[in-house]
Design a protein around this ligand. Structure first.
Ligand code: ATP
Ligand code: MG
Length: 320
């Protein structure tokens, strides 16, 4: 346990359930996020990421359950809670005929900032979001990536302790994606960040913790590293065998408990990726087959799943 574990949650969500009409969009969602933590919501389309974020930010009240931000209930103490949160929604309602400067000033006024506070903060936000060359540009004339930066700028304007970013890098080019990720990481040093994404490497790169949501429920929650390790199991093995591939392959496939084998010939080094049925440890059986046939076992190791595979395993309902 570290000192950080003892800190109270900056965001605390308990038993969140939300219905749109008769259908639950999310069901019994529980999580906490500590100060300075970056939490990623990962899930397929329609999983409930945006719904959860709209609840956290106080835009929609949950049908059941509660959320507190820094101890303030987002429904019961919405003014206090909202003051502490910056939100980049899925579609940012930008006023396209305003300049970047006037839009940000306007948003500051809406948030109750004084003209002096806006003036000081505007310069900082423009710097942080690297919008310096575009202060006077009409928002309607900005590219998608720069509009996204304006969206982030309005979210951080009032120096909220909590930032909620719904797919912050969607639709922007790879160079701007790298910049935006850097920016989020910088912001994450002092603030608590919740972001959603479909992009798995992005989540594992930026986030301290990942929450995988599927059909409105949390199906896994851990650090990207632990998720990959925890599901590693003994179900996939990479084996290098010295012996004729034409004979080795059918023998491996014939082992009881093997569900699939793929063969790679890497400059004469024959490696086989052996997929076992769930829960089977086939290391002894494989060694036995190799020895019995007079081949040589040059390597045998367990192979972890990529975050992609974990995600698919948790969110698809067929056997992979
Ligand atoms: N305003 C609404 N009215 C009715 N149903 C809605 C509404 N908003 C969302 N839903 C439904 O709630 C479920 C969750 O949607 P949500 O937008 O939260 O998913 P998401 O994880 O953000 O998906 P995406 O990755 O596509 O953005 C979906 O089944 C969606 O159709
Ligand atoms: Mg969404």
């Amino acid at each position: 346990m570290t000192v950080n574990d003892l800190q109270p949650n900056m965001i605390h969500a308990e038993n969140l359930t939300h219905y749109y009409g008769p259908y639950p969009a999310i069901q019994d969602v529980n999580f906490g996020v500590r100060k300075g933590e970056i939490l990623g919501f990962l899930g397929p389309n329609g999983a409930g990421k945006t719904t959860t974020m709209r609840i956290i930010t106080g835009f929609v009240p949950p049908t059941h359950g509660t959320v507190t931000l820094d101890g303030y209930d987002v429904v019961e103490q919405s003014l206090e809670a909202r003051r502490r949160v910056g939100y980049l929604p899925e579609t940012v309602p930008l006023y396209t005929d305003m300049s970047v400067n006037s839009y940000l000033k306007y948003m500051g006024t809406l948030r109750g900032m004084s003209p002096d506070a806006i003036k000081t903060r505007l310069g900082q936000v423009i710097d942080v979001c690297r919008l310096g060359d575009y202060r006077k540009t009409q928002i309607g004339k900005l590219s998608k990536g720069f509009r996204q930066r304006v969206g982030i700028a309005q979210a951080i304007l009032h120096e909220p302790q909590v930032l909620v970013l719904d797919e912050p890098t969607i639709g922007i080019d790879p160079i701007q994606v790298v910049e935006t990720r850097k920016l989020i990481q910088e912001l994450g040093r002092d603030q608590t960040v919740v972001l959603s994404s479909h992009i798995l490497p992005e989540v594992s790169m930026i986030c301290d913790r990942v929450l995988i949501i599927d059909e409105g429920r949390i199906v896994a929650e851990d650090t990207p590293k632990n998720l990959a390790e925890g599901l590693q199991g003994v179900e996939r093995l990479e084996v290098e065998i010295g012996g004729p591939a034409a004979e080795v392959l059918p023998m491996l496939k014939g082992i009881d408990g093997v569900s699939d084998v793929t063969h790679v010939n890497n400059n004469g080094r024959h490696t086989y990726m052996v997929q076992a049925q769930p829960g089977k440890d086939l290391r002894d059986d494989i060694s036995q087959v190799v020895v019995n046939n007079g081949w040589s076992l040059r390597g045998l190791q367990l192979v972890g799943m990529s975050l992609e595979e974990i995600f698919l395993r948790l969110t698809t309902h067929e056997e992979l």
